[in-house]
Design a protein around this ligand. Structure first.
Ligand SMILES: Cc1cc2nc3c(=O)[nH]c(=O)nc-3n(C[C@H](O)[C@H](O)[C@H](O)COP(=O)(O)OP(=O)(O)OC[C@H]3O[C@@H](n4cnc5c(N)ncnc54)[C@H](O)[C@@H]3O)c2cc1C
Length: 461
């Protein structure tokens, strides 16, 4: 029997009149060296640091900071695409400081070690009678990494993950531990909720959680015009709503999550990673015949049935992303999102036949965090992707001006070309953040070249 993937391959092969292509193998990491090289998930950022350390206790961390010199950059899971981590100094991981510290069954708050990975905290939180309010579309990241870049899921009435923070503990450049929340060191708290890892090493985070809940996730394939017609109302109607548009197909799918008491269950699922490889295949064979590409992809996608998964919340947000890519995502004022998306689609389909990754569109509620891209505006977030082995720059440089025209703010962890002067215009509290930063790290120990360009001595002009 022909499965879904086989069906698309057969359609492409029939259209092209030949057999199926094979993906190139992933790049192999460089061989061993005395200094251990570092690279991020996509390979877009690399460096050869003098040292890589992973303290096993706060005392060890203190010794490292108080006793050492030179630049120190914290790393989480290395899932940011921007140059936040690379340094020729020290890369510091809190991988050994992970797990739950404590929880309060009355307030539903939990204190977690900052090095905890999202995927590792769902079960212990559930045992403690708690669950995260929302999650992004993977769960590999660390808590501290997510908060540093304002990582978000989707939900027009739900803020980014940094809005779940009730309190933080971090260590400054001199090795001093500082606690902050809304009433204690409140300026530091406002700055530290989205910190780019530029204020200090976050050791613990206290999160406001909710009682465990179950989600019904429903995926429905639809024509692009239909998606645009319902997007706004669906975003308001569902707890979580997002959609993807598949380039050169005229089709996409909507994804909704709603709280349910239905029993855990799942229908047959399309493997997202295989799906992306299929799109690459269609690009390889049909790049020069866009009409045929649309006919093949569109007809295939119209055969795809709805998918429904009912699962406990922490198991029902994330997907596995095995096909690596580079990504640019901008958070636009919500009212401009769909107009911008139309322009992105046109630019992509008229100028970039080489692109095959879907465009992802999400909704995020406004907040009041100084460096949050959602500062005082409800947002529609649009993300574009390029296969990790391909040069992302030509495509991203076509799309970025559209995002900027609509006053978008880039995701801190995703590729963009903005400079300090641009960020200052986008962030009314930029100088307040910079002042707190200077207090926490007067000597610039947490500034790598990228962050020095934003907050270093020469960054004022
Ligand atoms: C496949 C994939 C899917 C993604 N999906 C989403 C998504 O759905 N939504 C979304 O918003 N983003 C998404 N992202 C982006 C990702 O969530 C962010 O870039 C996030 O910051 C990565 O977390 P990390 O743990 O890998 O941190 P890293 O990328 O390693 O570091 C990010 C920042 O955190 C700082 N940091 C890390 N630990 C500490 C610490 N202990 N103290 C102080 N600073 C620290 C670092 O210095 C750096 O500035 C995705 C990325 C990938 C690769």
């Amino acid at each position: 029997m022909l499965n879904r993937r086989g069906m698309l391959a057969a359609l492409v092969a029939a259209a092209f009149g030949s057999k199926v292509a094979v993906l190139p193998a992933a790049e192999v990491a460089p061989g061993s060296q005395r200094r251990l090289p570092w690279r991020n998930w996509s390979g877009s950022q690399q460096c050869l640091p003098a040292a890589r350390v992973a303290p096993a206790s706060v005392a060890e961390l203190q010794e490292l900071l108080a006793g050492g010199s030179g630049v120190v950059r914290a790393v989480g899971a290395g899932h940011s695409f921007t140059p936040l981590v690379p340094t020729d100094g020290t890369i510091l991981s809190l991988a050994r400081l992970s797990g739950m510290v404590s929880h309060d069954p009355v307030t539903l708050q939990a204190t977690l070690w900052a090095g905890s990975r999202l995927g590792d905290i769902g079960a212990p939180l559930e045992q403690a009678g708690q669950a995260l309010v929302n999650m992004p579309d993977i769960d590999e990241q660390t808590i501290a990494g997510c908060l540093a870049t304002a990582t978000h899921g989707t939900g027009a009435n739900i803020g980014c993950m940094s809005t779940f923070i009730e309190g933080l503990q971090l260590m400054d450049a001199r090795g001093q531990l500082v606690d902050c929340d809304r009433s204690q060191n409140s300026d530091l708290f406002e700055a530290a909720r989205v910190s780019l890892g530029a204020l200090g090493i976050i050791t613990q985070v206290r999160l406001q959680n909710v009682a465990p809940y179950r989600l019904r996730r429903e995926t429905v394939w639809r024509e692009f015009d239909e998606i645009l017609a319902i997007a706004d109302s669906e975003a308001d109607r569902h707890r979580n709503f997002e959609f993807y548009y598949v380039p050169f197909s005229g089709m996409g799918f909507t994804d909704t999550h709603d709280i349910t008491t239905e029993p855990v269950s799942t229908t047959e699922k399309l493997d997202g990673n295989e799906g992306v490889r299929d799109l690459q295949l269609a690009r390889d064979w049909l790049e020069r015949t866009p009409r045929l590409r649309q006919l093949v992809l569109g007809s295939y996608m119209k055969t795809l049935g709805d998918e429904v998964t009912v699962e406990n919340s922490w198991k029902n947000y994330a997907s596995e992303r095995n096909v690596r890519f580079n990504e640019m995502e901008y958070h636009l004022p919500r009212e401009h999102g769909l107009a911008a998306l139309r322009e992105v689609r046109t630019a992509l389909e008229t100028q970039h036949p080489e692109v095959f990754f879907p465009i992802e569109v999400r909704f995020v509620k406004a907040d009041d965090i100084w460096l949050s891209p959602f500062y005082r505006r409800d947002c529609c977030s649009i993300a574009v992707h390029r296969f990790f082995e391909d040069d992302y720059r030509p495509y991203f440089s076509t799309i970025e001006p559209i995002f900027r025209k609509y006053h978008g703010r880039p995701h801190w962890g995703k590729l963009n070309t903005l400079q300090v002067a641009d960020f200052r215009k986008l962030y009314p509290r930029w100088d307040d953040f910079a002042a707190v930063r200077a207090q926490m790290d007067p000597g610039g120990r947490f500034l790598n070249p990228y962050l020095a360009g934003l907050f270093g001595p020469g960054a004022k002009q």
